[in-house]
Design a protein around this ligand. Structure first.
Ligand code: CP
Ligand code: NVA
Length: 318
């Protein structure tokens, strides 16, 4: 498949990006193909100001480096204005209801990106507001990250169908979102998590329907070696996500054997790429020789946050 020449099957009708579950394969491919175009424009310095005079409110209830900076820079590149709204500084952090917050913000600005805890916060913003809402990470999903990941996978592998992605670690927001994204694009996914840390059953069951349609598989196991065998892509994420810092000591014990080190990585295909959403903890979920090694694509992946999100914003707000 050639993403540069992708012909949309239907008009892009999405109003928000709350989770990839809501997107069809065609929607995702439209985002990725536009992301490739915008990436080229960005490199050639020929970006069209498709978001001229538009304002994006960026609400953060959790920390961020990549999400904040890539949305902020992306908005400027596309001619718009990014407005950083830390929860410490807005009334929502003091308990103002989401309903009031979004109804008011809808009168001032053209879109909201939110990083929060509950997926229901994101869904509520979309329900009560009248502007596009973009999920910048919740406890359940991280769709912007997965769009960037898919773009990176395409750049390295030039296809999606029939690849195998092995995710080793916590069955949390990244695992959930990768399961959804892979099943939509026909990528086989194997997730290895310790017992008690497996991905969300409801999400897996929904994704299985896409997997059947797209002729790919979803495997959930507690055996990292089994999951990683013959993988084209190896993915890892922190053992303790934001908000779970108190569980770190327990998690380090529970995730023993789930570190992506060179022994484990050697079981993947010879030309496998290593991916990580970042931030990473070297020596915990991944060793430095793997994440800083020649097969790691983490910085391309981080860069692609910018291009994938620019495409999302252009489609939703342009
Ligand atoms: N991957 C990612 O979302 O990074 P930040 O937490 O720095 O935004
Ligand atoms: N699982 C991590 C992802 C960070 C981008 C977290 O939620 O902290």
């Amino acid at each position: 498949m050639n993403l540069n020449k992708y012909k949309a099957k239907s008009k892009f009708k999405q109003k928000h990006l709350l989770k990839l579950e809501d997107y069809s394969e065609d929607d995702i491919l439209q985002v990725l193909s536009l992301a490739l175009k915008l990436k080229k424009h960005q490199k050639d310095d020929t970006n069209q100001k498709v978001l001229k005079d538009k304002t994006l409110g960026m609400i953060f209830l959790k920390s961020s480096t990549r999400t904040r900076v890539s949305f902020e820079a992306g908005m400027v590149q596309l001619g718009g204005y990014p407005l950083f709204l830390s929860s410490n500084d807005i009334q929502m952090g003091r308990g103002e209801p989401i309903e009031d917050t979004v109804k008011v913000l809808s009168r001032y600005i053209d879109g909201i990106m939110i990083r929060t805890f509950k997926q229901s916060d994101v869904e509520d913003l979309a329900h009560y507001g009248s502007i596009p809402i973009i999920n910048g990470l919740t406890d359940k999903f991280h769709p912007c990250q997965v769009l960037a990941d898919l773009l990176t996978i395409y750049e390295y592998k030039k296809t999606f169908k029939g690849l195998k992605l092995a995710y080793i670690g916590d069955g949390y927001n990244m695992a959930n979102s990768l399961i959804v994204g892979c099943a939509k694009l026909g990528i086989n996914i194997a997730v290895a998590s310790p017992v008690g840390y497996t991905p969300d059953e409801t999400i897996i069951n929904k994704a299985k329907k896409d997997a059947i349609k797209n002729n790919c598989t979803i495997l959930i196991t507690s055996d990292p070696k089994f999951a990683i065998a013959n993988a084209d892509i190896v993915y890892s994420d922190v053992f303790s996500s934001m908000g779970q810092e108190d569980e770190n000591q327990q998690r380090l014990r529970d995730f023993k054997g789930f570190q992506v080190n060179s022994d484990l990585f050697s079981l993947a295909k010879n030309d496998a790429i290593f991916m990580h959403c970042l931030p990473a903890h070297r020596g915990e979920e991944v060793t430095a020789d793997v994440i800083d090694g020649p097969q790691s694509v983490i910085y391309d992946e981080a860069e692609n946050r910018l291009h994938a999100q620019n495409a999302v914003m252009a489609l939703l707000m342009g």
